[in-house]
Each structure stands twice: as C-alpha cells, then as structure tokens.
Design a protein around this ligand. Structure first.
Ligand SMILES: C[S@@+](CC[C@H](N)C(=O)[O-])C[C@H]1O[C@@H](n2cnc3c(N)ncnc32)[C@H](O)[C@@H]1O
Length: 418
C-alpha cells in the first residue's frame, strides 16, 4: 500500500509536511522521534491511499511550488484554506484510492471501513464484489442541503417558474427527511416559492443496497398538492433506465442532481445530448479533463457558482471531495470572477509566469495577461472563476500538458483573448 499524507507538528501550525509513505504509523514515529519532545508531537491532518505515490507527490510539488518552503522540499505553508486545497488536489488525482484519515475540527475522523461482504450465496465472485463495492464507495457522496440552497439561490428565481424539475440520480423522497435527498428536500420546501410546476425525483435501486437487495427503484412526483410514488415493474431508477430517459426527453425542463462520480462521463453525455437545462455537481477537475473539455469548448456547459467540498456519507458523517457545480443555465454576476487577476503581462509577478519548452506562456494563480494576444495556458481554477466569460475562449478541446526542460508539468488548458 502507498499513502499520501499531510502531517503537522503541534509547534509549527503555519506549516505542514506533504509526503508519501508505505507505512503511515512508522512515518509518524520517525517524525516524532525527530522532535523528541512530548510537547511537539506530529499528527496526521490527512492521509489517503493512492495507487502509486510517486506521481501524486510529484504532482503536488508541481502544483504548489510557491507554497513550498525553499530549504525543505517537503514542507508547505499551511492554513485552513490551503489545507482544503491540498486535500482536494490529492483526492482529485487519478491515482487516489480512498481517504484514510481526515482531521476536522480537532478530531481525527477515520474513514469508515466497510465490512467484507459475504457473498457466496449471491453467486458473485470476490472480485466482482470488490469492483462493485469500490465503485459504489466512490459514489457515496451525498449532497448537503446547504450546498443545494447556496447554489440555487444564486440564479434568477424565474428560472424555475412553471418548470418540471427532474432529480434523476438517486434522489429519494421519504417521510423521514433524513432519508430524503437534499435536492428533493430543497425543491419540496421551496416548491411554492419557486413556482415549480412539477418535481420528479427517482430513487436508484442499485446503490448501497448492494448487500441488502430490496431497495427498489421508484419515481416520486409532486405537482400542485398531489404527490406520490410509482414502482413500475422492472424499473431500476438508473438515470439511463428507459423510463428515466423517457422522463428526461418528454417531461423534464431542468435536471438537477449530484450524479455518481463513477458514471459521470455517461451522465454528462446523456443530459447534454438531451438538450435540457441542467445544474449538477461534478469533479472540480472537469475543465481539465479530455472527456469533458469538448463540452466547455463548445460552450454547452460552464461552471456554476460554487465549489462543493463537503458531503455526507451514508452514515451521515462529513466527508470531503473536490466537487463543483456545472450548468447551462444563464448566470448572473459571478462573484468568483474577482479572483481573476487580469493585468498586463509585465505586471504579473515573475513566479507566476513562465514559458514551457514550446515557448507557450503558462500563467498561474489566476493571473491573466490582459494585453497578451497569443494563446496561453491556465489552470482549471481560472476557468471555474469564469475566464471564458471575460472575452477569452478555449482554443482546443483537449487539455495541454506543458514540459519544462523535458519535465512534465501539471496539465492546463489553452485560452486566447478574442
Ligand atoms: C454522488 S451520490 C449523490 C446522491 C444524491 N443525488 C445526492 O445528491 O445526495 C450518487 C448516487 O447515484 C447513485 N447511482 C449510481 N449509479 C446510478 C445510476 N446508474 N443511476 C442513478 N443513480 C445512480 C449512487 O448509488 C449514489 O447514491
């Protein structure tokens, strides 16, 4: 097993160590042996299993060169915002497997360990189950009510008026609010206020019911004062079940949900091909990912307003993942565009601009060279902050991987002023 960790000593709370190890316990002992003091103990703020720690550590170093202490390659500056960023970045890496430790509000939350499934009687091989369980685990991020509210409130209220809202990725509605998805609950509570015509929520029958078959897919509908559930025979509740697709095609006006991360590509294709309006949560790195970039390039999707960092596990514990809202709904002013620092090229601090081996200009930290006419490379963050609404276009539908002195740097996208 290999792990990436973020550790901190009690006496140096403005810094942290970000490193890799094959033995978390031993590494912590080594650090504590180094300080030799009971008052200055190291603890993990975060640890996650990764498939291969070398590339992840390298990616962290390349992503945060400006936050690394000069003398020691492993020490990074620390504050709560930076910490969120480090964790989000590590978790978004394709080699990331699962969170082991996450420190929140002074208590260490250990990632919930799954019971090994007993399966012979289900006629599945261990491998089938492990694969499925892993996928499901990655999808078990339930949206918090406050995150739905925070995003929806940003849009003009009239968007929802007389519309059929379709929440189609496991958005159950139950008498017990705790077992109702945040999307279902939000639109139910605000049905009158938003003047919604109809709310349709589907419950996916194939999710964490894996080891307890029985959770049947259903369709919940509310229109006016009438509401009810249907359990059509054979209906799975999957977003691509023929019945769900029919609702999408024939009834839905706006689709709003947090789809499973493991099926996000198929999900995006389905909703974008449907031509319907949507507001969904997906990975923060989508504007840098070849599978999604063509949609940004073709202006079929853009970043919503907010990042979504916190989710609930099925046990209602807080867990982190690097998500963001994406939409094709009209936006009002985007507060985050203030994070873009559009300056003349010569005014951008040297450490945030460089040229790669192809002589392509790379700018970091959301600096944008306002007087630069040629293409240049930016990180996903600039796209999420609304650069494409500021007179810039993506010039490729593929991401751009720069090399400096033959060494691969973290991926970006190429943009150009129009
Ligand atoms: C990220 S969670 C979000 C759940 C809920 N929409 C929310 O926002 O809280 C994704 C959910 O999609 C479910 N899911 C997995 N495959 C699905 C499919 N093919 N169709 C619909 N939902 C699916 C998972 O079981 C999981 O509950």
């Amino acid at each position: 097993m290999e792990y990436m960790y973020i550790a901190q000593s009690a006496k140096e709370t403005a810094k942290c160590k970000i490193g890799k190890t094959q033995n978390l316990e031993r590494r912590l002992k080594e650090y504590n042996a180094m300080t030799g003091s009971k008052n200055n103990v190291y603890q993990y703020l975060f640890a996650g299993e990764v498939k291969n720690a070398g590339p992840v550590e390298k990616a962290v170093k390349e992503k945060y060169p400006h936050l690394r202490e000069e003398k020691s390659r492993e020490i990074y500056f620390y504050n709560a915002v930076l910490f969120n960023d480090y964790v989000g970045f590590i978790k978004a890496h394709k080699l990331f497997v699962k969170e082991i430790i996450f420190k929140s509000e002074d208590k260490i939350v250990k990632a919930v360990k799954k019971m090994p499934p007993s399966l012979e009687e289900r006629g599945m091989s261990k491998n089938d189950v492990l694969q499925k369980a892993k996928k499901i685990k990655n999808d078990e991020f339930y949206t918090r009510y406050e995150d739905v509210e925070k995003e929806v409130l940003m849009y003009d209220k009239s968007i929802w008026q007389d519309k059929v809202i379709f929440c189609n990725c496991d958005d159950p509605v139950d008498n017990d609010e705790k077992r109702t998805s945040a999307f279902g609950l939000y639109f139910l509570r605000n049905f009158e206020e938003l003047k919604v015509k109809q709310l349709i929520c589907t419950h996916y029958g194939g999710g964490i019911d894996l080891f307890n078959p029985g959770g049947k897919g259903y369709i919940f509908t509310k229109e006016g004062f009438g509401e009810g559930k249907q359990f059509p025979p054979g209906y799975t509740g999957s977003f691509d079940d023929p019945l769900s697709l029919q609702i999408l095609r024939e009834e839905a006006d706006i689709v709003c949900t947090n789809p499973p991360f493991s099926k996000a590509k198929e999900y995006w294709k389905t909703i974008i091909d449907s031509g319907k309006k949507f507001l969904v949560i997906s990975n923060i790195a989508n504007p840098l990912t070849n599978a999604y970039l063509p949609y940004f390039y073709a202006n079929k999707v853009w970043a919503g307003y907010n990042e979504v960092d916190w989710y609930l596990t099925p046990k209602k514990e807080l867990t982190r993942a690097a998500g963001h809202w994406y939409t094709n709904l009209p936006m009002r002013d985007r507060p985050k565009s203030k994070n873009l620092k559009i300056l003349k090229l010569k005014e951008i601090p040297e450490k945030y601009k460089k040229h790669d081996d192809n002589k392509m200009l790379l700018v970091d930290n959301c600096y944008i060279p306002g007087d630069y006419k040629k293409p240049f490379a930016v990180s996903a963050r600039s796209i999420l902050n609304g650069l494409l609404e500021k007179g810039y276009i993506l010039i490729h539908d593929k991401r751009y991987t720069p090399y400096i002195n033959g060494k691969e740097c973290f991926a970006r996208v190429l943009v150009q002023k129009t």
